[in-house]
Design a protein around this ligand. Structure first.
Ligand code: AAL
Length: 429
């Protein structure tokens, strides 16, 4: 009997030792299988969380500074534009892409110069032939040139408001430039009513010239019409933005839709594309429109075989740079901050029908709150590294430091303070 007990004890001890060793090895195995300190460039063959798998599958690099479509943005105040001391009578906004011709840079933009500042879209009924409703009401398309992209010489009007009933008789705004077979085309929003009366409603019209200095001839026709009743783009065709791809003109645009007064902000903004073989149309809207689910203005550039977009302000995917290899189906390429608003980049290969877009490093954008929101807008220069030709690590830091004072400018409202007070009171009951 005694021997049996000793044998049993030995067996239990031996089994315990084996298990301890197994546990030790499995712990060691777990340790050796931990995610590595030096991350691998290629996706490892091991179980990954959704986030880390996405870090490999959704982006071209595992870290921002090696992602060609990640960048920060730097801003510079422009010289050469006067804004009447910001009294709201002069605005310059919604710049076109920048082009380089005749040994200098060219830029077109919305120019308003009215005796008084805008009354605001909500009071559009009070607008007159001299009182603007919105910041871009009663506007023309003006242009400027520059030797360096920092100091600009305002050249004057390019496209004036045409006489009634031509498209744009109330206001011509938010233009962009196309160079096609040696001729130049300016596409712009053509308002036939004061913005804000029913909404920011307009189609797109076009003018053309043999030189970037004009004279410009209005085609006196709508080239991108509003969509049919009930369509997402039935009211607004904004921010026309032409590029050349596949031997055609790809004109991207934005529409505001789904306005529901009970919601605030009450609109959704998305972007579509219309394609034509001829600059004067017909433009065929893509059946998959909208093709970008976010973004307030349109800013795109050829990149490798596809097209990239700077997507800012509105939508579920704002503050991103996106990429569509087929120019239609966009994916998020990076997430960034302080993106340029209404950016008109200098895109050297915008019209070359390139199969290997090189990207961008600068352009012109705007600040709508230059003189207190809706009074006037001012143009500014932005710089970045979204270029295959440049590797500027100074543009690839991971974040900006915003000062405490900047954070404190974003204050709680009285309604939010009241909610917080109620929540605290509830705890004390
Ligand atoms: C801009 C653009 C269009 C809108 C208004 C002027 O940011 O989206 O041009 O109509 O605002």
């Amino acid at each position: 009997m005694k021997k049996a007990y000793i044998l049993l004890f030995g067996l239990v001890l031996f089994t315990g030792l084996i298990n301890a060793q197994k546990k030790d090895k499995s712990t060691k195995k777990a340790d050796t299988e931990a995610f590595p300190f030096f991350i691998t460039k290629t996706k490892p063959n091991r179980p990954l969380s959704a986030a880390v798998a996405r870090n490999y599958d959704a982006y071209e690099a595992v870290r921002p500074e090696q992602n060609e479509l990640y960048t920060q943005f730097k801003y510079t105040k422009l010289k050469g534009f006067d804004y009447n001391n910001g009294d709201g009578t002069i605005t310059r906004r919604d710049p076109s892409k920048v082009i380089f011709e005749n040994g200098k840079y060219y830029l077109w933009y919305t120019y308003r110069n009215t005796p008084v500042k805008p009354v605001g879209m909500a009071r559009a009924k009070e607008a007159t032939e001299t009182i603007p409703s919105s910041d871009w009401d009663l506007s023309e398309i003006w242009y400027a040139t520059s030797d360096d992209g920092f100091t600009w010489k305002e050249e004057g009007v390019a496209v004036p408001r045409p006489p009634k009933p031509q498209p744009g008789w109330r206001s011509v705004t938010t233009t962009d430039i196309l160079k096609w077979k040696g001729k130049y085309y300016l596409y712009y929003q053509a308002f036939m009513e004061a913005s804000g009366l029913r909404g920011d409603f307009c189609p797109v019209a076009v003018s053309y010239a043999d030189s970037p200095d004009g004279p410009w001839t209005a085609a006196n026709q709508v080239v991108i019409p509003n969509g049919p009743e009930g369509a997402w783009d039935q009211y607004s065709i904004h921010d026309p933005y032409p590029l050349v791809h596949d031997g055609k003109i790809y004109l991207y645009y934005k529409a505001d839709f789904d306005k529901r007064p009970e919601l605030n902000p009450s609109k959704i903004r998305m972007q579509g594309v219309a394609i034509a073989d001829n600059p004067l149309g017909p433009f065929i809207k893509h059946p998959l429109n909208p093709v970008l689910n976010s973004g307030h203005e349109t800013t795109l550039f050829p990149f490798r075989e596809g097209v990239a977009a700077i997507v800012q302000r509105d939508g579920m995917e704002h503050n991103t740079i996106q990429y569509a290899k087929d120019w239609i189906n966009f994916e998020i390429a990076s997430i960034t901050e302080l993106l340029p608003v209404a950016a008109g980049p200098f895109v050297p290969d915008a019209f070359t029908d390139t199969k290997n877009g090189q990207g961008i490093t600068w352009g012109i954008s705007h600040f709508i709150n230059a003189g207190g929101n809706w009074n006037h807008t001012e143009l500014a220069r932005f710089d970045c590294d979204l270029s295959l030709e440049v590797d500027d690590q100074g543009m690839k830091e991971h974040y900006y430091q915003y000062s405490p004072e900047f954070h404190y400018t974003h204050k709680l409202s009285a309604k939010q303070l009241e909610r917080i007070k109620q929540q605290t009171e509830k705890l004390k009951k």
